[in-house]
Design a protein around this ligand. Structure first.
Ligand code: G
Ligand code: G
Ligand code: MN
Ligand code: NA
Length: 250
């Protein structure tokens, strides 16, 4: 069977899981959000990572169902976190093609507004290129109901300052490509510093992804980076592990 068809079954039979990777606000020293990353507990093949099925979900037109499932799950998990005293905004990755899918946008807005959930959506700049007008209009609809828009993988794809200027984004996530070797490279710190300055000038908060070492964290702190995410803080973990992690952090 095609992977996309198998995925439909997987969604119906609840074979998908979310892992959460916390983000720390550097100056406030607090975990204020987490990124939800989907996994597939395949009955025969074991745990499959999104890199191996998101492409098939996009090509086979199940990415809308998958993402609506992700939003529903994240809303439920956020309530569990809130009940335990942890008020985290949960960020969900949204594929570019969904920004031109009105039925998806309507359904997503309905789910989030009805639940009054505190979510964020991560989109890449590249995803806006296909149909910039409808993508920007739909991102604005999300922003209008309180969803924080984050630009994901910044600098790694087809970046255009024209989109940066127009997108209703409040967060910019610097791709791990520039962060994992931050303290051993000559150019990466220059790129990261100027990106932080640019984002701040545009009144966006900056998240560094792929923070793996204390030395990278120290340098990012000096550079005024607002938030960090990466293996140094935590790998993506199940909700139960996230709850334990937050308790220990308290
Ligand atoms: O850690 P990891 O292998 O989970 O993530 C790999 C990639 O999969 C990331 O680029 C991430 O944006 C993407 N991804 C994870 N979950 C989702 C999802 O729910 N929807 C989409 N579109 N992409 C996702
Ligand atoms: O593309 P996106 O940013 O949505 O996906 C995040 C991806 O980065 C996931 O595959 C996640 O496992 C991975 N990741 C998260 N933290 C780190 C890190 O500190 N180092 C590296 N190398 N990868 C990371
Ligand atoms: Mn992401
Ligand atoms: Na990223």
């Amino acid at each position: 069977r095609r992977l996309a068809d198998e995925l439909r079954t997987a969604i119906d039979e609840d074979q998908l899981l979310l892992a959460y990777q916390p983000k720390i606000h550097v100056r406030r020293q607090e975990i204020n959000s987490a990124e939800a990353l989907v996994r597939w507990a395949h009955p025969e093949r074991g745990l499959i990572l999104p890199g191996d099925f998101i492409g098939a979900a996009e090509d086979g037109d199940v990415i809308d169902l998958l993402t609506l499932w992700t939003i529903r799950r994240a809303i439920i998990d956020q309530r569990s976190l809130q009940a335990a005293g942890h008020d985290l905004r949960i960020f969900i990755n949204i594929s570019g093609q969904l920004l031109a899918d009105q039925a998806f946008v309507d359904a997503a807005c309905h789910l989030v507004a009805e639940a009054d959930a505190k979510l964020g959506f991560e989109v890449t700049e590249t995803s806006v290129i296909r149909d910039p007008d409808s993508a920007i209009a739909n991102l604005q609809r999300f922003a209008d109901i309180g969803i924080i828009i984050a630009i994901d993988d910044y600098g790694a794809g087809l970046s255009s300052l024209a989109y940066l200027k127009q997108l209703p984004a409040r967060e910019l996530k610097i791709d791990k490509l520039f962060v994992t070797q931050l303290t051993s490279s000559n150019r990466d710190p220059l790129i990261v510093r100027s990106t932080i300055d640019l984002a701040h000038a545009l009144e966006m908060e900056v998240v560094a992804e792929g923070v793996e070492t204390h030395s990278a964290l120290a340098l990012l702190t000096v550079m005024g980076c607002d938030m960090v995410q990466g293996f140094l803080i935590s790998r993506p973990i199940a909700l139960e592990a996230l709850l334990t992690f937050l308790e220990e952090d308290r």
